[in-house]
Every structure is written in structure tokens, then in C-alpha cells.
Design a protein around this ligand. Structure first.
Ligand SMILES: Nc1ccn([C@@H]2O[C@H](COP(=O)(O)O)[C@@H](O)[C@H]2O)c(=O)n1
Ligand SMILES: C[C@@]1(CO)OP(=O)(O)OP(=O)(O)OC[C@H]1O
Length: 170
């Protein structure tokens, strides 16, 4: 007889706006006069998703796997980091049931890019686009986001594994 092993994880990330940087969210280039500062491409949305996946699997956080002191991650496309997290998750015997995310940005407007961001992350994770939802909100001009100093993101993911109770865990 099989039992269902399900786990939940959440992730949060924040990056400051910076000049002379592209703005990339969920692996999608967003047209804006500022990008985000970071060691990698600073894709704050993907970083939150990585942390949600790692959290659900009990695998630490993004900085444990990809330290920002390692030159090999300098300006790296965060989809590569996300694909690594997905691979580690699969190797641990889990699959993603659904992923829900929120981007907190006063600017730019993101409504027209939400589907594209969801589809992009679904493609990288090799899951159905229907399993991924991306939302956006301003903070009504309050706080650092409201002052247009940066963008934050949160993600929550549900993962599941089929386990066989006849196999004793050591
Ligand atoms: N950068 C943003 C932020 C929000 N939206 C869309 O606006 C709606 C809600 O915004 P509130 O700040 O009033 O919560 C919602 O439909 C968001 O998708 C946006 O397009 N870009
Ligand atoms: C992704 C990494 C690694 O390049 O760098 P950043 O782009 O600075 O991102 P952050 O979310 O601060 O932390 C994770 C880092 O280790």
C-alpha cells in the first residue's frame, strides 16, 4: 500500500534597483529603465522559488547551494539555478504539485507579463504551466518597494513523493 508524502516550502527574496542592469523576473526580460543589483542576474522571483523548493525538500537555501562569493555564479542566468534545484528535488524523489508566487513591485507594471513569467518557470521546472501561478502587487507607495527602491518576491510550493511503507527507512 502506498502513502502520500507531501511537503510545503516557502521562499522570500529582495533585491535593490540598480542602473545599467537588465530587469529579469521569472526568466523573462522586463522593459524598465532599471534592473536589480545582485551577484547573479538578480532574478528575485526565481530566487524566491528556489528557496521555496529547497525549503520544502529540507535542503537549506539558495546561498548554501550557490554562494554569492563564488565567481562561477557571477551574472548567472537564474534559470540555471532553478533547474539545479528542480533536479535535486527529483533526485530526492519529489515532484512539484503547484507553485504560487507574488512579486511586490511599485514599478514597473507586470500584469501583462504574469503569464509569461509563469510559463517560463514552468518550462525550466519541466512541469505543466497550469501548476504555476504568478501574481503581482504594489505596496501602495509604502516602504522601500513603494519608494521604488527595489522589488521583493515570495513563493510557496507543494511537493509530493510516492513512498512505499513496506520499505523501512534507515
Ligand atoms: N507592479 C505591479 C503591481 C501590481 N500589478 C497588478 O495590479 C493589481 C493589484 O495591485 P495592488 O497593488 O492594488 O494590489 C493586480 O492585478 C496586479 O497584477 C501590476 O500589474 N504590476
Ligand atoms: C543567487 C546568488 C548567487 O549568485 O546571488 P544574488 O544574485 O546576490 O542573489 P541572492 O538572492 O542575494 O542570494 C543568492 C546568491 O547566492
Amino acid at each position: 500500500m502506498e502513502t502520500l508524502d507531501i511537503r510545503i516550502g516557502m521562499g522570500t527574496d529582495v533585491h535593490a534597483f540598480a542602473t545599467d542592469r537588465d530587469l529579469i523576473l521569472g526568466g523573462v526580460m522586463i522593459d524598465h529603465d532599471m534592473g536589480l543589483a545582485g551577484h547573479s542576474d538578480a532574478d528575485v522571483l526565481i530566487h524566491a522559488v528556489c528557496d521555496a523548493i529547497l525549503g520544502a525538500a529540507g535542503m537549506g537555501d539558495i546561498g548554501d547551494l550557490f554562494p554569492d562569493t563564488d565567481p562561477k555564479y557571477k551574472n548567472i542566468d537564474s534559470r540555471i539555478l532553478l533547474a539545479t534545484c528542480a533536479r535535486n528535488l527529483a533526485q530526492a524523489g519529489y515532484r512539484i504539485m503547484n507553485l504560487d508566487c507574488t512579486v511586490f513591485a511599485q514599478v514597473p507594471k507586470l500584469g501583462h507579463k504574469k503569464q509569461e513569467m509563469a510559463a517560463s518557470m514552468a518550462e525550466t521546472l519541466e512541469i505543466s504551466p497550469g501548476c504555476v501561478n504568478v501574481k503581482a502587487t504594489t505596496t501602495e507607495h509604502l516602504g522601500f518597494i513603494g519608494r521604488k527602491q527595489g522589488i521583493a518576491a515570495q513563493a510557496i510550493v507543494l511537493i509530493a513523493a510516492q513512498t512505499n511503507p513496506n520499505i523501512r527507512e534507515t
